[in-house]
Design a protein around this ligand. Structure first.
Ligand SMILES: *Cc1c(COP(=O)(O)O)cnc(C)c1O
Length: 402
């Protein structure tokens, strides 16, 4: 046994839900010496980058860039429209719903949480009731997460807008699309979203470090009525920049912009509808394999109803500590890294080692997904974890028949 070859040599696959796999073309575009930030190519690239970001977000309104991660985008968006003491309604469907609410709490908001648990989408009826109960319109914003990356549920954002409209409630609709943008269909303007936040390291295929806030004129009116917004987070000068430094309130994330330029070109060359469709087929292949595996043993998809599953991330569980065992095995033996379970069990609960996640967002294709599934099957066989037969055949049929 000691001379058993290790099969992890070769190109690895980081199949976690962000940071996602980056295209070589993005990495190559970033590999350059420091560019001039006062004139020339990079400065000239900015209007096109801003326009192409809005195309991905499906909005004609305003876009801003922040040097920071998704948490920074949360803080940026909230800082522009939420003052201390303002009430926000947080319909949470997993760890990232709580996170958005905690960020609001941190800037002094009065957070009204509706917790829909860890394996269900928002129940729009309960949200309608909360809005109806808010007779004097104390709720200033609803903070929703499109795809909660911990549970892998996908929420109905258009439905949430309809509920706000039916209630005649003026609250802003603020949506976290950090996991979903460039993966699952999202329509900022058509769905009536007032503020949307995302990051660059998931569907946008760029290393972590930039995030984005999009907002419409309704949100801008709320911004203008704010008693005070900190200079750094203020979205106004960033979204109306006439000088290069104003987009970033300081030095630009130079190399990220080169990477982002290429990533946006790749998305628009493929076509955003085609990007969504690709993620959908690959997700269906994963679900087909999981359904076959679940026929025996303990493997379960966290979200039972396929119509509310994300196409970017899949949250799963096995029995006992088999989730962690499987992750460790496929990483060590195959060079395949699966995502940890996040927010599904308390840190001291042994059940946390049952959970794990698959990231399939951004720069992923059919052979990667077949490799991911084949790796998981090898791991379950290697570890003696019971599983149903025919999973790889089922996945291959989805891909062959798409
Ligand atoms: C990844 C993620 C975040 C947090 O982003 P960071 O870059 O880790 O700060 C927030 N919300 C969702 C839905 C995410 O997927």
């Amino acid at each position: 046994m000691s001379n058993r070859p290790n099969l992890s040599h070769g190109r690895g696959y980081l199949a976690i839900p962000g940071p996602s796999v980056m295209p070589e073309a993005v990495l190559q575009a970033m590999h350059r010496s420091a560019p001039n930030i006062y004139a020339g190519e990079l400065v000239d690239m900015m209007p096109g980058i801003m326009a192409d970001l809005k195309r991905v977000a499906r909005t004609k309104h305003h876009a801003t860039i922040y040097i920071g991660n998704g948490h920074a985008a949360w803080e940026a968006a909230l800082s522009n429209v939420i003052a201390p003491g303002d009430r926000v309604l947080v319909p949470a469907t997993g760890r990232f719903g709580y996170g958005f609410g905690e960020m609001a709490e941190g800037i002094g908001a009065d957070v009204q949480l509706i917790d829909f648990g860890k394996s269900s989408p928002m129940d729009l009826g309960r949200i309608a009731q909360a809005l109806a109960d808010d007779k004097d319109h104390q709720i200033k914003a609803v903070l929703a997460v499109h795809v909660d990356t911990s549970s892998s549920v996908r929420n109905d954002i258009k439905g949430l807008r309809d509920v706000l409209d039916a209630a005649g409630h003026p609250a802003l609709l603020m949506v976290d699309c950090i996991a979903s943008l460039g993966c699952d269909q999202f329509e900022m303007d058509d769905w009536g979203v007032d503020v949307m936040v995302t990051g660059c390291q998931k569907g946008l295929m760029v290393p972590p470090g930039c995030s984005f806030v999009f907002f419409n004129d309704r949100a801008q009116a709320v911004r203008e009525a704010m008693p005070r917004v900190s200079r750094y987070w203020d979205w106004t000068p960033r979204s109306t920049a006439t000088e290069f430094w104003q987009y970033f309130n300081g030095t630009a994330p130079t190399h990220h912009l080169y990477g982002l330029r290429v990533a946006l070109d790749m998305i628009h060359d493929e076509g955003i509808e085609q990007v969504w469709a690709r993620h959908k087929v690959l997700a269906r292949a994963i679900w087909a394999a999981c359904d076959a595996w679940s026929a025996e043993g303990d493997l379960r998809l966290n979200i039972a109803d396929p119509s509310v599953r994300s196409c970017a991330v899949t949250s799963l569980r096995l029995g006992d500590n088999d989730g962690t065992r499987l992750r460790n095995w496929v990483e060590r033996e195959l060079g395949l890294t699966l995502g940890i379970g996040l927010g599904m069990a308390e840190p001291d609960d042994p059940a946390r080692d049952a959970f794990f996640r698959l990231g399939h967002m951004g720069h992923v294709n059919g052979q990667m997904i077949m490799g991911l599934l084949g790796g998981m099957q090898a791991g379950m066989s290697g570890l003696g974890i019971a599983h149903g037969r025919g999973a790889l055949d089922a996945a291959a049929e989805v891909i062959a028949g798409h």
